[in-house]
Every structure is written in structure tokens, then in C-alpha cells.
Design a protein around this ligand. Structure first.
Ligand SMILES: Cc1cc2nc3c(=O)[nH]c(=O)nc-3n(C[C@H](O)[C@H](O)[C@H](O)COP(=O)(O)OP(=O)(O)OC[C@H]3O[C@@H](n4cnc5c(N)ncnc54)[C@H](O)[C@@H]3O)c2cc1C
Length: 226
């Protein structure tokens, strides 16, 4: 076991698999271990939205929203077979923010990053709109805007498949028990939950992509020797 990987990734969710794909495509040697199956954590339990984050505009997070809108377009460009435009109807009523504020928010959402793929937002008259009949009669005005949706689990797995094509080593059912840094090289101990077999892998860098387990993993598995 003399090979020293450039990068070892703990966790096979969207972050772990996305990092594996990106790093392997840039020529780094990559190994990834996932304790269960790929995407068995939060990456299969999301609301499936690929969004810019309309609501973050309220917190003046303009740069963040712009970056996310740009990513949304990148995903539409590279994975149009699974990332689809979803048209969202927002009926307006008195309990909401004034209509002009919502309209302004959507104009910003359209213009912070100009999408090459999806339709712009617009105001709608619900009484003559296709959503009429689904919504209560009391709604008369509203808005239509676009975000995207995708099968989150499949998107994760496609990243892993691509990472593997670029040479990454992907292991499922492989629990990372312990990581220790010895003379700037990480030694990673793993156990295969099917065979019970343990292994030690070496890497220059370890990425903790364990999502909700990030703190537990650090507390239980990380040991710095020098
Ligand atoms: C209800 C809900 C709605 C959401 N909606 C959206 C949305 O619309 N759009 C959006 O972009 N995001 C959304 N999110 C957030 C998104 O789902 C998460 O940010 C994303 O899935 C996190 O991915 P991850 O790879 O960091 O973590 P995870 O997918 O949880 O992956 C972590 C992996 O690490 C593994 N692991 C843990 N410990 C070890 C160990 N010791 N050894 C080996 N493997 C280990 C786990 O088994 C797990 O598979 C939503 C989340 C939820 C819960």
C-alpha cells in the first residue's frame, strides 16, 4: 500500500462526488469513501431545487445569488437531461410583502445573471391564467418565475460516474474510522461494512465532505500526531 493519493474524500454526497469529479478532471489522483451508498445522506433528501435563492435577496446577498444563478446555468448547460426548468407561480395576497417589492425582487433575480436558458419572470392575472381552478378564487394577481429542479440522487451519482471516468477511486460501504496526519501525510483507516476488511490509505489532503456528520467525524476520527 505505497500509493499516496493527492486527495482523499470522506463522504459520497453531492459535495464529495462533485469535488471528486472536479479534482480528478484536473489530473489529481483521488480516492473517495462512502460509508453507505452514494447519496444516502442529505443529497437524496433535498427539495430537488437547483435555485439561485430568491429569498436571499432580502438579506442583500446579491453576490451569492448571482453565483448560484450562474451555477444553475452551468448545470442546465452540462446536464440538460436531468436539470429542468420549473415554472413557479407565486399568488399574491395582502399578507405578503407589497407587490412592487416582489416585482422588484424578481426583476433583480432575472438580471443579476442573465440566463441563456430559462424564461424571465412576469406578473400574471390569475383569473385568466392556467393555474386558475387550482388556486382559491380570492387570488387575482400573482407572479411567475423560473428555477430548476433535478433528481438530486441521480445528479450525485452522475458526478461519481464522471469522477471514476477521470480515474478517481470510489468505494461505497466503506466507513472511515480514523485519519491521522503523520509527517504531513494522512493515513486513513477504512472498514468495508460488507466484508469487514480494513485498509489503510495514504493521501496528501483529506476532505471532510460528511455533511451533517462533519463534527462527529472530526470528533471521532481525527487525530493529529505531529
Ligand atoms: C429538506 C431539505 C431540502 C433541501 N433543499 C435543497 C435545495 O432545494 N437545493 C439545494 O441546493 N440544497 C438543498 N438542500 C441542501 C442539500 O441537500 C445539502 O446541502 C447537500 O445534500 C449536502 O451534501 P453533502 O455531500 O455535503 O452531504 P450528504 O449528502 O449528507 O453526504 C455526506 C455523506 O457522508 C457519509 N459519511 C458520513 N460519515 C462518514 C464516514 N465516517 N465514512 C464514510 N462516509 C461517511 C454519509 O453517509 C453521507 O452519504 C436541502 C436539504 C434538505 C435536508
Amino acid at each position: 500500500m505505497n500509493k499516496i493519493y493527492d486527495i482523499f474524500i470522506v463522504g459520497g454526497g453531492i459535495n464529495g462526488c462533485g469535488i471528486a469529479r472536479d479534482a480528478a478532471s484536473r489530473g489529481y489522483s483521488v480516492s473517495l469513501a462512502e460509508k453507505n451508498d452514494l447519496s444516502s445522506g442529505t443529497s437524496s433528501a433535498s427539495s430537488k431545487l437547483i435555485h439561485g435563492g430568491l429569498r436571499y435577496l432580502e438579506n442583500y446577498e446579491f453576490l451569492l445569488v448571482r453565483k448560484a444563478l450562474k451555477e444553475r446555468d452551468t448545470l442546465l448547460n452540462i446536464a440538460p437531461h436531468i436539470v429542468k426548468e420549473s415554472r413557479i407561480i407565486l399568488p399574491h395576497h395582502k399578507g405578503l410583502r407589497p407587490a412592487w417589492i416582489l416585482k422588484l425582487g424578481m426583476m433583480l433575480y432575472d438580471n443579476l445573471y442573465l440566463s441563456s436558458f430559462i424564461k424571465r419572470s412576469k406578473s400574471i392575472d390569475i383569473s385568466s391564467h392556467e393555474s386558475q381552478g387550482v388556486l382559491l378564487d380570492s387570488y387575482s394577481k400573482g407572479f411567475e418565475y423560473s428555477d430548476c429542479s433535478a433528481d438530486d440522487s441521480r445528479l450525485t451519482i452522475l458526478n461519481a460516474v464522471d469522477a471514476k471516468k477521470f480515474g478517481a477511486h470510489i468505494s461505497t460501504r466503506t466507513f472511515v474510522n480514523k485519519i491521522e496526519q503523520i509527517d504531513n501525510i494522512w493515513e486513513i483507516q477504512t472498514t468495508n461494512s460488507l466484508s469487514g476488511e480494513s485498509q489503510t490509505v495514504k493521501a496528501k489532503v483529506v476532505i471532510n465532505a460528511t455533511g451533517p456528520w462533519v463534527d462527529t467525524f472530526l470528533k471521532d476520527s481525527y487525530r493529529k500526531i505531529k
